[in-house]
Design a protein around this ligand. Structure first.
Ligand code: SF4
Length: 496
Protein backbone atom coordinates (compact mmCIF):
# COMPACT_ATOMS: atom_id res chain seq x y z
CA UNK A 1 0.00 0.00 0.00
CA UNK A 2 1.36 3.50 -0.80
CA UNK A 3 2.30 5.81 2.04
CA UNK A 4 -0.87 7.14 3.72
CA UNK A 5 0.09 10.67 2.67
CA UNK A 6 -0.55 9.82 -0.97
CA UNK A 7 -4.11 8.70 -0.15
CA UNK A 8 -6.77 11.36 -0.59
CA UNK A 9 -10.04 9.54 -0.05
CA UNK A 10 -11.70 6.49 1.50
CA UNK A 11 -14.23 4.68 -0.67
CA UNK A 12 -16.68 2.52 1.26
CA UNK A 13 -18.07 -0.48 -0.63
CA UNK A 14 -21.03 -2.26 1.01
CA UNK A 15 -21.50 -5.97 0.41
CA UNK A 16 -24.20 -5.33 -2.19
CA UNK A 17 -22.09 -3.06 -4.43
CA UNK A 18 -19.40 -5.59 -5.41
CA UNK A 19 -18.67 -4.25 -8.88
CA UNK A 20 -15.56 -2.66 -10.38
CA UNK A 21 -17.52 -0.56 -12.89
CA UNK A 22 -20.57 0.58 -10.90
CA UNK A 23 -21.39 2.43 -7.71
CA UNK A 24 -18.56 4.40 -6.10
CA UNK A 25 -15.97 2.33 -8.00
CA UNK A 26 -16.84 4.34 -11.14
CA UNK A 27 -14.88 7.20 -9.62
CA UNK A 28 -12.09 5.20 -7.93
CA UNK A 29 -8.47 6.13 -8.46
CA UNK A 30 -5.80 3.49 -7.86
CA UNK A 31 -3.22 5.95 -6.55
CA UNK A 32 -5.37 8.10 -4.32
CA UNK A 33 -8.25 6.01 -2.96
CA UNK A 34 -8.38 3.43 -0.21
CA UNK A 35 -11.23 0.97 -0.85
CA UNK A 36 -12.80 -0.24 2.38
CA UNK A 37 -15.16 -3.16 3.03
CA UNK A 38 -16.57 -3.65 6.53
CA UNK A 39 -17.74 -6.97 7.96
CA UNK A 40 -19.93 -5.97 10.87
CA UNK A 41 -20.42 -8.14 13.93
CA UNK A 42 -24.17 -7.65 13.67
CA UNK A 43 -24.08 -9.21 10.23
CA UNK A 44 -22.11 -12.33 11.20
CA UNK A 45 -24.10 -13.02 14.35
CA UNK A 46 -25.32 -16.60 13.68
CA UNK A 47 -28.69 -15.76 15.21
CA UNK A 48 -29.27 -13.15 12.48
CA UNK A 49 -28.42 -14.43 8.99
CA UNK A 50 -28.67 -18.06 7.89
CA UNK A 51 -25.31 -19.78 7.27
CA UNK A 52 -26.01 -20.09 3.52
CA UNK A 53 -26.75 -16.38 3.24
CA UNK A 54 -23.68 -15.47 5.26
CA UNK A 55 -21.44 -17.78 3.27
CA UNK A 56 -22.53 -16.16 0.01
CA UNK A 57 -22.22 -12.58 1.28
CA UNK A 58 -18.89 -12.98 3.07
CA UNK A 59 -17.14 -15.11 0.49
CA UNK A 60 -18.27 -12.81 -2.35
CA UNK A 61 -16.98 -9.75 -0.45
CA UNK A 62 -13.63 -11.38 0.30
CA UNK A 63 -13.22 -12.43 -3.31
CA UNK A 64 -14.09 -8.91 -4.38
CA UNK A 65 -11.33 -7.50 -2.21
CA UNK A 66 -8.92 -9.87 -3.97
CA UNK A 67 -10.20 -8.71 -7.34
CA UNK A 68 -9.65 -5.09 -6.30
CA UNK A 69 -6.09 -5.85 -5.26
CA UNK A 70 -5.38 -7.69 -8.49
CA UNK A 71 -6.64 -4.61 -10.33
CA UNK A 72 -4.12 -2.51 -8.38
CA UNK A 73 -6.32 -0.84 -5.75
CA UNK A 74 -5.39 -0.17 -2.12
CA UNK A 75 -7.88 -2.07 0.01
CA UNK A 76 -8.85 -2.81 3.58
CA UNK A 77 -11.28 -5.46 4.83
CA UNK A 78 -12.25 -4.51 8.38
CA UNK A 79 -14.11 -6.49 11.02
CA UNK A 80 -15.94 -4.18 13.41
CA UNK A 81 -18.97 -4.21 15.74
CA UNK A 82 -20.94 -2.12 13.21
CA UNK A 83 -20.38 -0.67 9.75
CA UNK A 84 -20.20 2.85 11.14
CA UNK A 85 -17.64 1.86 13.77
CA UNK A 86 -15.55 0.17 11.08
CA UNK A 87 -15.58 3.31 8.95
CA UNK A 88 -14.75 5.47 11.96
CA UNK A 89 -11.82 3.18 12.78
CA UNK A 90 -10.35 3.69 9.32
CA UNK A 91 -11.03 7.43 9.53
CA UNK A 92 -9.02 7.57 12.75
CA UNK A 93 -6.15 5.79 11.05
CA UNK A 94 -6.24 8.01 7.97
CA UNK A 95 -7.13 11.24 9.67
CA UNK A 96 -8.76 13.92 7.57
CA UNK A 97 -9.74 11.72 4.62
CA UNK A 98 -13.25 12.12 3.24
CA UNK A 99 -15.37 8.95 2.99
CA UNK A 100 -17.14 8.46 -0.33
CA UNK A 101 -19.80 5.87 -1.30
CA UNK A 102 -22.66 5.32 -3.69
CA UNK A 103 -26.12 5.99 -2.24
CA UNK A 104 -26.96 2.85 -0.25
CA UNK A 105 -29.64 0.30 -1.04
CA UNK A 106 -31.37 0.40 2.36
CA UNK A 107 -32.88 3.16 4.50
CA UNK A 108 -30.92 2.07 7.56
CA UNK A 109 -27.44 2.02 6.03
CA UNK A 110 -28.03 5.25 4.14
CA UNK A 111 -29.05 7.03 7.36
CA UNK A 112 -26.04 5.58 9.23
CA UNK A 113 -23.59 6.81 6.61
CA UNK A 114 -25.25 10.22 6.38
CA UNK A 115 -24.89 10.55 10.15
CA UNK A 116 -21.09 10.38 9.86
CA UNK A 117 -20.77 12.78 6.94
CA UNK A 118 -20.12 10.34 4.06
CA UNK A 119 -20.31 11.96 0.58
CA UNK A 120 -22.39 10.14 -2.02
CA UNK A 121 -22.56 9.48 -5.73
CA UNK A 122 -25.63 8.02 -7.41
CA UNK A 123 -26.55 4.36 -6.91
CA UNK A 124 -26.53 2.97 -10.47
CA UNK A 125 -27.22 -0.68 -9.64
CA UNK A 126 -30.74 -0.32 -11.07
CA UNK A 127 -32.05 0.76 -14.46
CA UNK A 128 -34.59 3.20 -13.03
CA UNK A 129 -33.55 6.31 -11.11
CA UNK A 130 -35.49 6.78 -7.89
CA UNK A 131 -36.75 10.17 -9.11
CA UNK A 132 -38.08 8.62 -12.31
CA UNK A 133 -39.90 5.89 -10.38
CA UNK A 134 -41.41 8.47 -8.03
CA UNK A 135 -42.70 10.42 -11.05
CA UNK A 136 -44.36 7.28 -12.36
CA UNK A 137 -45.80 6.30 -8.94
CA UNK A 138 -47.19 9.78 -8.32
CA UNK A 139 -49.01 9.67 -11.65
CA UNK A 140 -50.81 6.38 -10.84
CA UNK A 141 -54.11 5.66 -9.12
CA UNK A 142 -52.88 2.19 -8.16
CA UNK A 143 -49.35 0.85 -8.46
CA UNK A 144 -49.91 -1.84 -11.08
CA UNK A 145 -46.63 -3.52 -11.97
CA UNK A 146 -47.96 -4.24 -15.46
CA UNK A 147 -48.33 -0.50 -16.19
CA UNK A 148 -44.83 0.21 -14.90
CA UNK A 149 -43.41 -2.69 -16.93
CA UNK A 150 -44.95 -1.49 -20.20
CA UNK A 151 -43.47 1.95 -19.64
CA UNK A 152 -40.09 0.33 -18.97
CA UNK A 153 -40.27 -1.70 -22.18
CA UNK A 154 -40.91 1.45 -24.20
CA UNK A 155 -38.44 3.64 -22.29
CA UNK A 156 -35.60 1.12 -22.51
CA UNK A 157 -36.65 0.01 -26.01
CA UNK A 158 -36.62 -3.66 -25.05
CA UNK A 159 -38.63 -6.17 -27.13
CA UNK A 160 -40.34 -3.37 -28.99
CA UNK A 161 -41.47 -3.06 -32.59
CA UNK A 162 -41.66 0.70 -32.89
CA UNK A 163 -44.26 1.80 -30.35
CA UNK A 164 -45.79 -1.70 -30.17
CA UNK A 165 -44.62 -4.75 -28.21
CA UNK A 166 -42.66 -7.26 -30.26
CA UNK A 167 -44.84 -10.27 -31.08
CA UNK A 168 -47.99 -8.17 -30.75
CA UNK A 169 -48.54 -8.59 -27.02
CA UNK A 170 -46.99 -7.34 -23.79
CA UNK A 171 -47.68 -10.44 -21.82
CA UNK A 172 -47.35 -14.15 -22.62
CA UNK A 173 -48.74 -15.51 -19.36
CA UNK A 174 -51.15 -17.78 -21.25
CA UNK A 175 -48.27 -19.58 -22.98
CA UNK A 176 -46.25 -19.67 -19.76
CA UNK A 177 -46.94 -20.97 -16.26
CA UNK A 178 -47.50 -24.60 -17.13
CA UNK A 179 -47.04 -27.41 -14.64
CA UNK A 180 -44.23 -29.84 -15.44
CA UNK A 181 -45.03 -33.00 -17.39
CA UNK A 182 -44.50 -36.36 -15.69
CA UNK A 183 -41.02 -37.93 -16.04
CA UNK A 184 -39.55 -34.62 -17.11
CA UNK A 185 -35.94 -34.82 -18.36
CA UNK A 186 -34.05 -32.38 -16.15
CA UNK A 187 -31.10 -30.37 -17.36
CA UNK A 188 -28.36 -30.43 -14.74
CA UNK A 189 -27.38 -27.15 -13.11
CA UNK A 190 -23.94 -25.63 -12.96
CA UNK A 191 -21.75 -26.49 -9.99
CA UNK A 192 -19.28 -23.88 -8.80
CA UNK A 193 -15.84 -25.06 -7.72
CA UNK A 194 -14.62 -23.82 -4.35
CA UNK A 195 -11.29 -22.20 -3.51
CA UNK A 196 -9.43 -21.52 -0.26
CA UNK A 197 -11.43 -18.34 0.47
CA UNK A 198 -14.70 -20.27 0.15
CA UNK A 199 -13.33 -23.05 2.35
CA UNK A 200 -12.11 -20.59 5.00
CA UNK A 201 -15.44 -18.76 5.12
CA UNK A 202 -17.42 -22.00 5.28
CA UNK A 203 -15.19 -23.34 8.08
CA UNK A 204 -15.58 -20.11 10.05
CA UNK A 205 -19.35 -20.56 9.80
CA UNK A 206 -19.20 -24.25 10.72
CA UNK A 207 -20.70 -25.39 7.41
CA UNK A 208 -19.61 -27.20 4.28
CA UNK A 209 -18.77 -25.02 1.26
CA UNK A 210 -21.53 -26.05 -1.13
CA UNK A 211 -21.14 -25.70 -4.88
CA UNK A 212 -24.47 -23.96 -5.53
CA UNK A 213 -23.58 -20.27 -5.55
CA UNK A 214 -20.72 -18.54 -7.29
CA UNK A 215 -18.80 -16.11 -5.11
CA UNK A 216 -16.90 -14.28 -7.88
CA UNK A 217 -17.84 -12.23 -10.90
CA UNK A 218 -16.29 -14.91 -13.10
CA UNK A 219 -18.61 -17.53 -11.57
CA UNK A 220 -21.63 -15.22 -11.85
CA UNK A 221 -20.91 -14.73 -15.56
CA UNK A 222 -20.66 -18.50 -15.98
CA UNK A 223 -24.06 -18.82 -14.32
CA UNK A 224 -25.52 -16.28 -16.75
CA UNK A 225 -24.06 -18.18 -19.70
CA UNK A 226 -25.33 -21.49 -18.37
CA UNK A 227 -28.84 -20.09 -18.04
CA UNK A 228 -28.83 -18.66 -21.56
CA UNK A 229 -27.53 -21.88 -23.13
CA UNK A 230 -29.42 -24.50 -21.14
CA UNK A 231 -32.47 -23.03 -19.42
CA UNK A 232 -33.63 -19.81 -21.08
CA UNK A 233 -35.76 -21.52 -23.74
CA UNK A 234 -37.89 -23.38 -21.18
CA UNK A 235 -37.84 -20.71 -18.47
CA UNK A 236 -41.16 -19.03 -19.28
CA UNK A 237 -43.12 -22.18 -19.86
CA UNK A 238 -42.27 -23.61 -16.44
CA UNK A 239 -41.53 -20.47 -14.46
CA UNK A 240 -44.33 -21.14 -11.95
CA UNK A 241 -43.85 -24.91 -11.70
CA UNK A 242 -42.52 -26.53 -8.53
CA UNK A 243 -41.08 -30.00 -8.09
CA UNK A 244 -39.71 -32.18 -5.32
CA UNK A 245 -37.28 -33.59 -7.91
CA UNK A 246 -35.56 -30.37 -8.87
CA UNK A 247 -35.09 -27.24 -6.78
CA UNK A 248 -34.24 -24.84 -9.62
CA UNK A 249 -36.44 -26.00 -12.57
CA UNK A 250 -35.33 -23.53 -15.31
CA UNK A 251 -34.83 -20.44 -13.17
CA UNK A 252 -31.79 -18.32 -13.94
CA UNK A 253 -30.45 -18.29 -10.34
CA UNK A 254 -29.08 -14.83 -11.06
CA UNK A 255 -30.88 -12.82 -8.35
CA UNK A 256 -28.09 -13.26 -5.74
CA UNK A 257 -25.53 -11.77 -8.14
CA UNK A 258 -27.79 -8.99 -9.35
CA UNK A 259 -28.49 -8.12 -5.72
CA UNK A 260 -24.90 -8.13 -4.46
CA UNK A 261 -23.50 -6.30 -7.50
CA UNK A 262 -21.50 -9.11 -9.15
CA UNK A 263 -23.82 -8.73 -12.15
CA UNK A 264 -25.52 -5.60 -13.44
CA UNK A 265 -29.09 -5.76 -14.87
CA UNK A 266 -27.99 -3.98 -18.04
CA UNK A 267 -25.49 -6.68 -19.01
CA UNK A 268 -28.00 -9.43 -18.16
CA UNK A 269 -30.63 -7.84 -20.40
CA UNK A 270 -28.13 -7.32 -23.22
CA UNK A 271 -26.98 -10.94 -23.05
CA UNK A 272 -30.58 -12.24 -22.97
CA UNK A 273 -31.62 -10.13 -25.96
CA UNK A 274 -28.55 -11.20 -27.91
CA UNK A 275 -29.40 -14.84 -27.26
CA UNK A 276 -33.03 -14.23 -28.25
CA UNK A 277 -31.93 -12.64 -31.53
CA UNK A 278 -30.10 -15.86 -32.44
CA UNK A 279 -33.59 -17.35 -32.88
CA UNK A 280 -33.74 -20.39 -30.58
CA UNK A 281 -35.58 -18.76 -27.64
CA UNK A 282 -39.40 -18.51 -27.79
CA UNK A 283 -40.58 -14.93 -27.36
CA UNK A 284 -42.83 -16.06 -24.46
CA UNK A 285 -39.78 -17.20 -22.54
CA UNK A 286 -37.71 -14.16 -23.39
CA UNK A 287 -40.54 -11.81 -22.38
CA UNK A 288 -41.04 -13.67 -19.08
CA UNK A 289 -37.37 -13.24 -18.21
CA UNK A 290 -37.18 -9.59 -19.32
CA UNK A 291 -40.29 -8.91 -17.19
CA UNK A 292 -38.47 -10.22 -14.10
CA UNK A 293 -35.46 -7.96 -14.65
CA UNK A 294 -36.79 -4.65 -16.02
CA UNK A 295 -40.27 -5.11 -14.53
CA UNK A 296 -40.53 -6.82 -11.16
CA UNK A 297 -37.01 -6.15 -9.89
CA UNK A 298 -37.10 -2.44 -10.70
CA UNK A 299 -40.70 -2.10 -9.52
CA UNK A 300 -39.98 -3.69 -6.12
CA UNK A 301 -36.94 -1.48 -5.59
CA UNK A 302 -38.89 1.60 -6.69
CA UNK A 303 -41.76 0.77 -4.36
CA UNK A 304 -39.38 0.26 -1.42
CA UNK A 305 -38.16 3.85 -1.72
CA UNK A 306 -41.52 5.29 -2.71
CA UNK A 307 -43.46 3.75 0.19
CA UNK A 308 -40.95 4.93 2.77
CA UNK A 309 -39.15 3.57 5.78
CA UNK A 310 -42.21 3.06 7.98
CA UNK A 311 -44.01 0.92 5.42
CA UNK A 312 -42.37 -2.24 6.81
CA UNK A 313 -44.20 -1.82 10.14
CA UNK A 314 -47.68 -2.14 8.64
CA UNK A 315 -50.04 -4.84 9.84
CA UNK A 316 -53.47 -3.90 8.49
CA UNK A 317 -54.97 -7.35 9.05
CA UNK A 318 -53.76 -7.26 12.69
CA UNK A 319 -52.11 -10.68 12.44
CA UNK A 320 -50.32 -11.56 15.65
CA UNK A 321 -49.22 -15.18 15.63
CA UNK A 322 -45.52 -15.95 16.28
CA UNK A 323 -43.47 -17.43 13.45
CA UNK A 324 -44.53 -21.05 12.94
CA UNK A 325 -41.94 -23.67 14.03
CA UNK A 326 -41.99 -25.24 10.54
CA UNK A 327 -40.17 -22.21 9.07
CA UNK A 328 -37.00 -23.05 10.98
CA UNK A 329 -37.35 -26.81 11.09
CA UNK A 330 -38.98 -28.88 8.31
CA UNK A 331 -39.48 -31.77 10.72
CA UNK A 332 -42.10 -29.61 12.44
CA UNK A 333 -44.63 -30.18 9.67
CA UNK A 334 -46.26 -33.07 7.86
CA UNK A 335 -47.22 -30.88 4.93
CA UNK A 336 -45.17 -32.28 2.06
CA UNK A 337 -44.90 -28.99 0.17
CA UNK A 338 -43.52 -27.08 3.16
CA UNK A 339 -41.26 -29.94 4.22
CA UNK A 340 -39.56 -29.92 0.79
CA UNK A 341 -39.45 -26.16 0.42
CA UNK A 342 -38.05 -25.42 3.89
CA UNK A 343 -35.47 -28.20 3.44
CA UNK A 344 -34.44 -26.63 0.10
CA UNK A 345 -34.04 -23.28 1.86
CA UNK A 346 -31.93 -24.84 4.62
CA UNK A 347 -29.64 -26.31 2.00
CA UNK A 348 -29.25 -23.36 -0.35
CA UNK A 349 -30.98 -20.27 1.04
CA UNK A 350 -33.15 -20.04 -2.05
CA UNK A 351 -36.41 -21.17 -3.67
CA UNK A 352 -38.07 -19.45 -6.61
CA UNK A 353 -40.87 -16.88 -6.54
CA UNK A 354 -43.80 -19.32 -6.49
CA UNK A 355 -42.77 -21.29 -3.37
CA UNK A 356 -42.01 -17.92 -1.75
CA UNK A 357 -45.38 -16.41 -2.62
CA UNK A 358 -47.83 -19.27 -2.97
CA UNK A 359 -46.52 -21.61 -0.28
CA UNK A 360 -44.42 -19.77 2.34
CA UNK A 361 -46.21 -16.41 2.32
CA UNK A 362 -49.54 -18.13 1.73
CA UNK A 363 -49.27 -20.25 4.88
CA UNK A 364 -47.93 -17.27 6.88
CA UNK A 365 -50.88 -15.13 5.77
CA UNK A 366 -53.51 -17.86 6.21
CA UNK A 367 -52.14 -18.70 9.67
CA UNK A 368 -52.19 -15.01 10.70
CA UNK A 369 -48.46 -14.82 11.39
CA UNK A 370 -47.34 -11.34 12.34
CA UNK A 371 -45.97 -9.84 9.09
CA UNK A 372 -42.84 -8.46 10.77
CA UNK A 373 -41.95 -11.90 12.19
CA UNK A 374 -42.25 -13.41 8.73
CA UNK A 375 -40.36 -10.49 7.14
CA UNK A 376 -37.43 -10.97 9.51
CA UNK A 377 -37.27 -14.67 8.71
CA UNK A 378 -37.35 -14.06 4.94
CA UNK A 379 -34.75 -11.28 5.13
CA UNK A 380 -32.35 -13.33 7.21
CA UNK A 381 -32.71 -16.58 5.32
CA UNK A 382 -32.54 -16.04 1.56
CA UNK A 383 -29.20 -15.57 -0.22
CA UNK A 384 -30.69 -12.85 -2.43
CA UNK A 385 -32.51 -11.02 0.36
CA UNK A 386 -32.05 -7.29 0.88
CA UNK A 387 -34.29 -4.89 2.70
CA UNK A 388 -35.50 -3.44 -0.62
CA UNK A 389 -36.32 -6.96 -1.91
CA UNK A 390 -38.13 -8.31 1.10
CA UNK A 391 -40.05 -5.35 2.53
CA UNK A 392 -42.38 -4.78 -0.48
CA UNK A 393 -42.48 -8.49 -1.36
CA UNK A 394 -43.52 -9.55 2.14
CA UNK A 395 -45.50 -6.58 3.48
CA UNK A 396 -47.22 -5.71 0.18
CA UNK A 397 -47.40 -8.87 -1.91
CA UNK A 398 -47.08 -11.83 0.41
CA UNK A 399 -48.85 -10.69 3.58
CA UNK A 400 -51.16 -7.97 2.22
CA UNK A 401 -50.27 -6.08 5.41
CA UNK A 402 -50.41 -2.66 3.74
CA UNK A 403 -54.18 -2.53 3.29
CA UNK A 404 -53.82 -3.03 -0.45
CA UNK A 405 -51.39 -0.18 -1.22
CA UNK A 406 -49.42 -2.45 -3.55
CA UNK A 407 -51.77 -5.27 -4.54
CA UNK A 408 -55.48 -5.06 -5.17
CA UNK A 409 -56.18 -8.42 -3.51
CA UNK A 410 -54.34 -10.84 -1.22
CA UNK A 411 -52.41 -13.76 -2.70
CA UNK A 412 -54.17 -16.61 -0.90
CA UNK A 413 -55.05 -20.02 -2.21
CA UNK A 414 -56.06 -23.46 -1.02
CA UNK A 415 -54.22 -26.68 -1.83
CA UNK A 416 -55.64 -26.82 -5.39
CA UNK A 417 -53.08 -24.33 -6.75
CA UNK A 418 -50.13 -26.17 -5.17
CA UNK A 419 -51.56 -29.47 -6.38
CA UNK A 420 -51.82 -28.15 -9.95
CA UNK A 421 -48.37 -26.57 -10.08
CA UNK A 422 -46.30 -29.22 -8.28
CA UNK A 423 -45.97 -32.90 -7.44
CA UNK A 424 -45.86 -32.18 -3.69
CA UNK A 425 -49.37 -33.42 -3.00
CA UNK A 426 -48.59 -36.91 -4.28
CA UNK A 427 -47.72 -38.84 -1.17
CA UNK A 428 -48.72 -36.04 1.22
CA UNK A 429 -50.61 -37.07 4.33
CA UNK A 430 -53.20 -34.42 3.44
CA UNK A 431 -55.63 -34.20 0.56
CA UNK A 432 -55.68 -30.88 -1.33
CA UNK A 433 -59.37 -31.32 -2.19
CA UNK A 434 -60.52 -31.76 1.40
CA UNK A 435 -61.34 -28.89 3.73
CA UNK A 436 -62.61 -30.85 6.73
CA UNK A 437 -61.46 -33.91 8.60
CA UNK A 438 -58.07 -35.12 9.81
CA UNK A 439 -56.67 -35.45 6.28
CA UNK A 440 -57.91 -32.07 5.01
CA UNK A 441 -55.18 -29.99 3.39
CA UNK A 442 -54.32 -27.19 5.84
CA UNK A 443 -54.12 -24.70 2.95
CA UNK A 444 -57.63 -25.57 1.82
CA UNK A 445 -59.14 -25.38 5.31
CA UNK A 446 -57.37 -22.16 6.21
CA UNK A 447 -58.19 -20.55 2.88
CA UNK A 448 -61.93 -20.64 3.58
CA UNK A 449 -61.33 -19.67 7.18
CA UNK A 450 -59.28 -16.66 6.02
CA UNK A 451 -62.00 -15.47 3.63
CA UNK A 452 -64.59 -15.67 6.40
CA UNK A 453 -62.40 -14.04 9.04
CA UNK A 454 -61.52 -11.17 6.70
CA UNK A 455 -64.84 -10.68 4.98
CA UNK A 456 -65.05 -7.10 6.24
CA UNK A 457 -61.82 -6.31 4.41
CA UNK A 458 -62.36 -8.21 1.18
CA UNK A 459 -65.96 -9.27 0.51
CA UNK A 460 -66.70 -6.00 -1.34
CA UNK A 461 -63.56 -6.33 -3.46
CA UNK A 462 -64.91 -7.10 -6.95
CA UNK A 463 -61.75 -9.11 -7.76
CA UNK A 464 -62.73 -11.50 -4.96
CA UNK A 465 -66.43 -11.77 -5.75
CA UNK A 466 -66.08 -15.31 -7.07
CA UNK A 467 -64.23 -16.46 -3.94
CA UNK A 468 -66.88 -14.98 -1.64
CA UNK A 469 -69.65 -16.52 -3.74
CA UNK A 470 -67.87 -19.86 -3.21
CA UNK A 471 -67.70 -19.26 0.53
CA UNK A 472 -71.44 -18.63 0.67
CA UNK A 473 -72.08 -21.96 -0.99
CA UNK A 474 -70.17 -23.96 1.64
CA UNK A 475 -72.79 -25.92 3.54
CA UNK A 476 -70.19 -27.44 5.86
CA UNK A 477 -68.65 -24.15 6.95
CA UNK A 478 -69.09 -24.80 10.72
CA UNK A 479 -66.98 -27.96 10.28
CA UNK A 480 -64.38 -25.99 8.28
CA UNK A 481 -64.18 -23.45 11.11
CA UNK A 482 -63.69 -26.17 13.68
CA UNK A 483 -60.98 -27.86 11.61
CA UNK A 484 -59.30 -24.44 11.11
CA UNK A 485 -58.98 -24.06 14.89
CA UNK A 486 -57.33 -27.49 15.11
CA UNK A 487 -54.98 -26.69 12.20
CA UNK A 488 -53.92 -23.35 13.67
CA UNK A 489 -53.24 -24.92 17.06
CA UNK A 490 -51.31 -27.76 15.37
CA UNK A 491 -49.22 -25.35 13.27
CA UNK A 492 -48.31 -23.43 16.43
CA UNK A 493 -47.11 -26.64 18.04
CA UNK A 494 -45.32 -27.86 14.91
CA UNK A 495 -47.65 -30.84 14.62
CA UNK A 496 -49.54 -30.34 11.36
FE1 SF4 B 1 -49.20 -29.08 0.61
FE2 SF4 B 1 -51.81 -29.58 1.00
FE3 SF4 B 1 -50.56 -30.59 -1.12
FE4 SF4 B 1 -50.03 -31.53 1.28
S1 SF4 B 1 -51.99 -31.65 0.22
S2 SF4 B 1 -48.56 -31.01 -0.30
S3 SF4 B 1 -50.20 -29.70 2.51
S4 SF4 B 1 -50.89 -28.44 -0.69
Amino acid sequence: MPHPKSLRRIIYIPFDHLNLSHGAMRYANKDEDLIVLVESQRMVDPSVFSPQRLFFLLSSARHFQLELEKAGFNTRYIKAPTTVEGIKEIQREFEGLQVFAAVQSSFRLQASLESIGVKFCENDFFLTKRTLFREWAESQKSFLMENFYRKQRARLNVLMDGAKPLGGQWNFDKENREPLPKNYAWTPYLKHSRDTIDEEVATSLGIEARDVWATTRHGALEQLQNFLENHFAEFGRYEDAMSSENWAVHHSLLSPYLNNGLLHPEEVIEAALKKFEEGSIPIASCEAFIRQIIGWREYINGMYWHLGEKYKNQNELASSRKLLPLFNDPSKTEMNCLKFIVSDIDERGWVHHIPRLMVLSNIALLAEVEPQEFLTWMRNTFVDASDWVMVPNVIGMGMHADGGQMMTKPYVSGGAYISKMSNYCTGCKYDPKKRTGEDACPFTTLYWNFLDANSENFSKNHRMAQQYAGLKRLSDFPDVKERAHQVLAGLEKGKI
